[in-house]
Design a protein around this ligand. Sequence first.
Ligand SMILES: Cc1cc2nc3c(=O)[nH]c(=O)nc-3n(C[C@H](O)[C@H](O)[C@H](O)COP(=O)(O)OP(=O)(O)OC[C@H]3O[C@@H](n4cnc5c(N)ncnc54)[C@H](O)[C@@H]3O)c2cc1C
Length: 491
Amino acid sequence: MTRRIILVPFDHLSFDHGAMREADPAVDIIVVVESARMTTGRPWHPQRLFFMVSAARHFAAEARERGFETHYIQAPTTLDGLREVRAMVGELPIVCAEPSSFRQLAALSAYGVEFVPNDFFLTSRGDFALWAKTQKSFVMENFYRAQRIRLNILIEDGKPAGGRWNFDADNRLPPPRNYVWPGHSSAERDEIDAEVQAQFGIDANPTWSTTRTGALRQLATFIDTHLAGFGPYEDAVARDEWAMHHSLLSPYLNVGLLHPREVVSAALDAYRRGAAPIQSVEAFVRQVIGWREYINGMYWFLGDDYRHLNELGAGRPLLPAFTDSSATEMNCVSSTVADIEQRAWVHHIPRLMILSNLALISGTSPQEFLDWMREQFVDAADWVMVPNVIGMATHADGGVLMTKPYAGGGAYLNRMTEYCGSCRFDPKKRVGDDACPMTTLYWDFLDRHRDRFARNHRMFQQLAGLRKLSDLDEVRARAAEVLDGLSAGTI
Ligand SMILES: Cc1cc2nc3c(=O)[nH]c(=O)nc-3n(C[C@H](O)[C@H](O)[C@H](O)COP(=O)(O)OP(=O)(O)OC[C@H]3O[C@@H](n4cnc5c(N)ncnc54)[C@H](O)[C@@H]3O)c2cc1C
């Protein structure tokens, strides 16, 4: 048999998927490259850096234990690392699973790397394109229903389990009062973790495990403790409980330590055992076989230029409030950024309705916001950040992904989060020194883009609300003050 070099990128850390699926210690040489671009090329969040590097080093250590000749190379770039390995072992063919970003795909293709299909998702890029090409608009819900049928998930007698495709009407509850959140488990650390912490001078937060064992433990904790409550509170934001019933599985899924199939199987098994109700299991399954697959599919379908879109012409430089939790008095933003500083993670609603909403309604450059989010989140990757930020979060694609922008004012935040009570700003006010900046900017945003949104029937209600405002001139004046204050880090 021909000897091969198998390149395992930092987000393909699996012995059962990707190029490792068919690997044989008798002939295959495993290479993991820790490139300087990956470690020092951007101002990565330390918790993210720790997680990525330590998980990769654990993988390489396990590959050695499994009998593979394994080279963990530190080099300026991945290609430099591959050249170094070839200088040691000879000009062997190099095999890798299809990389998960346009940039890496181009670089490795140009170097002659052979690809095997990327099976870290449930939907191949080709199959997704077949679906997308038949659609007039790319509505996630339509993709999701097709996925349920194709994968035969939560389908009973040809119909959706529980009689409905979607239980959002039963979910979407505000944060519960006097509720005891069960909490989440802590990671166990070993010498590899200690070595990475020492090398990069990072005090690792106990949240993120760096091994498959730890990832499986988190999956079990989620299924046993949180899945049943996932649905009702998935859109709420509690002040004193950072993870609520969210799964905390995204980092493990995105680096290959968990596969979406096993995560969904575990949730379906809990449903069959009667351990979790349909509205929670369906809500979770939708995130994994719906949203996650849709976002990856759209990344590849829309192409590499999609990241540059800026249809709303938003050009404000990144606000200081994003990079420093003390640079704003807005309780929701400051608390969210403080959580990110600690763990490199917040759940979906702070990402969408607090951070992205602020970026959207303040007219922050989508590309600067994208760069910041990409660097800060433990689960960030190009394929997942680009569509989420350019499409879902900032409407910079003009509506390719989402038919309307996710813009909201203080009233939404007051209903769904616990931040407004102790904030110095009043969510009901749109003018005056104590007006909630989100409320002021929400109306100002609609006003700035009223001509564009007038063509969108889904924006009819919001624009009708705008037309009823009798103090629009004052709102505009206050918005200008708020934007100056946010840019200066004084609001
Ligand atoms: C602006 C913005 C940026 C985001 N960036 C990322 C990112 O870099 N990496 C990332 O994995 N998710 C991203 N998301 C999606 C989502 O916020 C996270 O997947 C989720 O918060 C991770 O926490 P969890 O594992 O507890 O998720 P749960 O709430 O428990 O959901 C379960 C799983 O569903 C998947 N999922 C749900 N929504 C999405 C989505 N929109 N896109 C992709 N997967 C989804 C994730 O794999 C997640 O682990 C982003 C969302 C927004 C609005």
